[in-house]
Design a protein around this ligand. Structure first.
Ligand code: V4E
Length: 201
């Protein structure tokens, strides 16, 4: 199992130009549709678990226990999620969470299509991936991403992300919203409000 460490950024023409300047290699372009699932009373997402099906492949993003309270920009601007992609493991994990709450059933509550351009930056400390996403509801976001094997060196991953962010000239101001965040804010305001109250988003 891997932990996805990620920093999102505003994707504009300037950053796209910078990506070329710092030697990013385009490794592909694809479109995909994501369907996110939750129970009618949002049991999963209110615990920060995100269940989705992307073009037939299931994934559960689970909050990774950091062990520390974020105390610097690097930690605050980056998210960490454990990614489960094995369907039986997803079933047992979701079953466990739902059972804890004695709720029944689940329903699809969001569907969005993304066009993604992916880049790779080779550095001495390892390769770093950058995705530029354009969602069908008119939101663009970039992501600098490093995958860390569970128990791997999280600080090194955070440093690699920060270093690429600096090369791209990104400022360290505040967290940039993801596609799902913006989707919920625009189209599922009741759900979004609950996630804000629970400090999930
Ligand atoms: C984890 C999460 C959500 C699920 C979507 O995750 P994300 O990585 O944004 O999606 P995507 O399409 O880039 O997936 P990938 O292709 O990288 O697997 S929706 C909200 N969250 C939590 C969350 C958060 N609290 N803060 C930020 C900045 N992002 C996500």
């Amino acid at each position: 199992m891997t932990v996805e460490v990620e920093r999102k950024f505003v994707c504009d023409a300037e950053v796209m130009g910078k990506l070329q300047d710092i030697g990013a290699k385009c490794i592909g372009q694809r479109q995909f549709r994501d369907q996110y699932f939750d129970s009618p009373d949002f049991i999963l997402t209110l615990k920060d678990f995100w269940l989705r099906c992307r073009e037939g492949l299931w994934e559960l993003k689970c909050p990774a226990v950091s062990g520390t309270t974020p105390d610097n920009d690097t930690e605050t601007l980056c998210t960490r999620y454990r990614e489960i992609t094995s369907f039986p493991l997803i079933q047992s994990e979701v079953g466990r969470i739902i059972k804890e709450h004695t709720a029944e059933g689940s329903e699809s509550n969001s569907s969005q299509k993304t066009e993604r351009c992916s880049y790779m930056l080779e550095r001495e400390t390892g390769a770093v991936r950058v995705d530029l996403d354009q969602a069908d509801f008119g939101y663009c976001v970039g992501e600098i991403e490093v995958l860390v094997p569970e128990g791997g060196d999280m600080n090194a991953a955070l440093q690699r992300i920060t270093s690429i962010a600096e090369e791209l000239g990104l400022s360290c101001e505040k967290k940039v919203k993801g596609k799902m965040d913006v989707y919920l804010q625009r189209y599922r305001p009741e759900h979004y409000a609950k996630l804000l109250s629970a400090h999930i988003l």
